[in-house]
Design a protein around this ligand. Structure first.
Ligand SMILES: Cc1cc2nc3c(=O)[nH]c(=O)nc-3n(C[C@H](O)[C@H](O)[C@H](O)COP(=O)(O)OP(=O)(O)OC[C@H]3O[C@@H](n4cnc5c(N)ncnc54)[C@H](O)[C@@H]3O)c2cc1C
Length: 290
């Protein structure tokens, strides 16, 4: 059979594609090397909680169930992806690894471990996290040091007792560092000064604020400022876009400070309703911040 569309990868992107393709008359198939849907989430570390709340983790057409401000676990997501696939009866072939993609005449030939597929169009949705990046210096470390990439890390029982150094302070690195800090000494090694933003401001996820400030739906040319990693990265966005994004981050930071002050005021007001505020405020502010 020659499909109109072959989608490679049945992660979030591939499944969302499937949802939209299902609404057309096009014949299509989604191919994935995994043995089950949601496998890449299942394989991640045990304690993984998403940094996006449910309201910002759902795919088109089907919301994650439950309180929308809650941060889902990795298992919730893998279950949700299975539920999503079943709800929309998406045509998925698992255990199918694409090893070669070639255009022959006006068609694409997809060579896989399960034989060949043919399609007029191909959508590649193989994801950004298939190949772990391990820096070169790791080869020069003593054999006594246990080295694990975050994709291999499940929980602290894998580690040798003693100090742990986490290289890289992205979401995985920071979350694993917090987890391990409850059990022993942990250092987080990063190549640049880190900016920490709160996860929530005033009971709203930071993603809600990003959404309202227009950062969340940044267009393609604005993306590099959010993803400036690696020595070969070319900055594509205009300085106006950069300024706008920077301004939005500044505004968020300001909002957070206002929120903190508001919290401090309301707590202090609650505890000491009869204080003479004009005289006492500076002293209490310092105490609370400390
Ligand atoms: C630790 C961690 C925490 C994260 N937390 C969040 C979060 O809180 N919120 C959030 O929005 N995002 C989070 N992400 C990012 C999120 O996982 C990705 O953005 C998202 O999964 C990308 O979806 P995708 O469909 O593009 O790729 P994937 O989900 O990676 O799917 C790609 C699919 O392609 C398949 N595939 C790859 N190569 C082949 C091949 N040759 N043949 C056949 N199939 C193939 C894979 O088996 C896989 O199923 C996190 C990522 C990590 C690593």
């Amino acid at each position: 059979m020659i499909y109109n569309v072959a989608v490679i990868g049945a992660g979030q992107a591939g499944l969302a594609m499937g949802y939209y393709l299902k609404q057309t008359r096009l014949s299509f198939v989604i191919l994935d090397k995994g043995s089950e849907i949601g496998e890449s989430w299942k394989e991640r570390y045990d304690s993984l909680k998403l940094f996006t709340p449910r309201s910002y983790s759902s795919l088109p057409g089907l919301s994650l169930e439950g309180e929308q401000n809650i941060y889902p676990t990795k298992n919730e997501i893998s279950d949700y992806l299975i539920h999503y696939t079943n709800t929309f009866s998406l045509p998925i072939q698992l255990n199918t690894t694409i090893t070669k993609l070639a255009k022959v005449d006006e068609r694409f030939k997809l060579s896989t471990n399960q034989g060949e597929y043919q399609s007029k169009n191909v959508i590649i949705a193989t994801g950004p996290f298939q190949q772990p990046y391990i820096p070169n210096f790791s080869k020069h470390l003593s054999g006594e040091v246990l080295q694990l990439h975050s994709s291999e890390y499940k929980n602290s029982s894998q580690l040798i007792k003693g100090t742990t150094v986490i290289v890289g302070g992205g979401n995985s690195g920071a979350q694993i560092a917090v987890e391990l800090s409850h059990e022993g000494e942990v250092f987080l090694s990063v190549g640049h000064r880190m900016t920490f933003l709160p996860q929530d401001i005033g009971n709203k996820s930071i993603f809600w604020w990003f959404d309202k400030l227009g950062i969340y739906k940044a267009n393609v040319t604005a993306m590099p400022v959010l993803m400036t990693r690696g020595p070969n990265f070319t900055m594509l966005q205009s300085s106006t876009q950069k300024q706008l994004i920077n301004k939005s981050f500044q505004l968020l930071s300001l909002l957070y400070q206002i929120y903190l002050l508001k919290q401090i005021f309301s707590i202090t007001l609650l505890c000491y309703p009869s204080l003479n505020w004009k005289k006492r405020l500076p002293r209490w502010k310092t105490l609370c911040f400390g």
